[in-house]
Design a protein around this ligand. Structure first.
Ligand code: ZN
Ligand code: ZN
Length: 357
């Protein structure tokens, strides 16, 4: 229930109550109180209609082909989203369905396909691809024959890789509307020029794409905006200190005013390896130590570190290990918390998990 509607109902009840005899006045007064406390209990004043729903479709950065990087991001409470990367789609949708994180009621009764089919074709309105590495697009390619027509958003070098390396009739049929003939025309490439904001078609959201440095390969930070709120979804990236670049610093500069206004709802950032990996073997990836270093850089740019307290930081692209012993996700969280002087809320995601931020 929206705040405006709650206020309207409350005003109507109070107005009518004034005209009533004393006994019935008490009944109406009680109704007003119930609505008021209900709103507090459900936190409706602060969250009504705001923020994002995020669903992890793929949380890892390798080894398992069914759990590669992909996150659905949509305006809270609306059955629509865009995918930030598409390393995996169907396995993740099924995991979210099994976990009860998609309501079966979003699928119209007469819709001919399963709930998974509905989500793939109707709920996902487009794909934001951070870079052309296989682990960020494999799910889109494999699901493409059964997908519906929609846009693929990316920076130009990434669109080129998709067109030349995948939808080229050698690796896979060309499901795009441009590139090698014949073009099957299902996906429209939408070029995101750096730092200019664009609409995400068929959604109320906007996106800005800023380039990242992934060991010399162009990767992308997507800043997704809905009303006054933003979520930042970062693709694979090295740390500025190691890449000798300013790419992450530019992202932090770009969002600093939103952080100051309390409008940054969550960051999705990679940490591929644990701290034991030497810097010269990171190949354009982050570790817990480097994630904390970059968050401190953001705090320094914002100027008020306490504004990052409790910020949800989803750790993506964790490379699983075949070694015996402790789970890499557990080691990752321990190492992240060790340097968590900002007191952000680190989240090690599970496939199919859903959050409202
Ligand atoms: Zn990569
Ligand atoms: Zn990757």
């Amino acid at each position: 229930m929206g705040i405006a509607r709650i206020k309207l109902i409350s005003i109507k009840i109070v107005t009518r109550a004034w005209r009533l005899p004393a006994s019935r006045f008490h009944v109406y007064y009680a109704v007003v109180l119930v609505i008021f406390f209900n709103c507090i209990a459900t936190n409706a004043w602060s969250k009504a209609g705001g923020g994002f729903d995020i669903i992890a479709l793929g949380t890892e950065g390798g080894l398992r082909s069914g759990n590669l990087s992909a996150y659905l991001i949509g305006p809270h409470g609306q059955s629509l989203s865009v995918a930030c990367d598409a390393g995996n789609l169907i396995d993740g949708i099924e995991a979210a369905v099994d976990a009860g994180n998609f309501s079966a009621t979003i699928r119209p009764k007469d819709y001919p396909l399963s709930l998974t089919g509905y989500i793939l074709r109707e709920h996902i309105k487009g794909y934001l691809i951070t870079h052309g590495h296989l682990d960020h697009i494999a799910g889109l390619i494999i699901a493409s024959p059964d997908d519906s027509a929609k846009p693929i958003y990316a920076l130009d070098p990434v669109l080129q890789t998709i067109s030349q390396s995948y939808f080229n009739w050698q690796s896979w049929p060309n499901f795009a509307a441009s590139g090698l003939s014949p073009q099957l025309g299902k996906y429209t490439y939408v070029s995101l020029a750096g730092s200019s904001q664009q609409e995400l078609l068929n959604t109320p959201m906007l996106v800005t794409a800023l380039p990242l440095n992934h060991n010399g390969i162009v990767s992308t930070a997507f800043i997704i905006e809905y009303k006054q709120d933003i979520v930042v979804c970062l693709g694979d990236t090295g740390a500025d200190s190691i890449q000798k670049s300013d790419n992450l610093k530019n992202v932090w500069q770009f969002i600093k005013s939103k952080v100051r206004e309390g409008r940054l709802k969550a960051i999705i950032i990679e940490s591929s390896f644990t701290n034991e990996k030497p810097n010269d073997s990171l190949f354009g990836h982050l570790t817990p130590k480097l994630v904390n270093q970059e968050l401190l850089a953001l705090a320094a740019i914002v100027g008020e570190p306490k504004l990052l307290k409790d910020l949800p930081v989803i750790i993506s692209h964790i490379k699983p290990s075949l070694a015996q012993g402790q789970r890499v996700q557990d080691i990752m969280l321990q190492q992240l918390e060790l340097g968590n002087t900002l007191d952000v809320d680190f989240i090690i995601p599970k496939q199919g998990e859903r959050w409202h931020f």
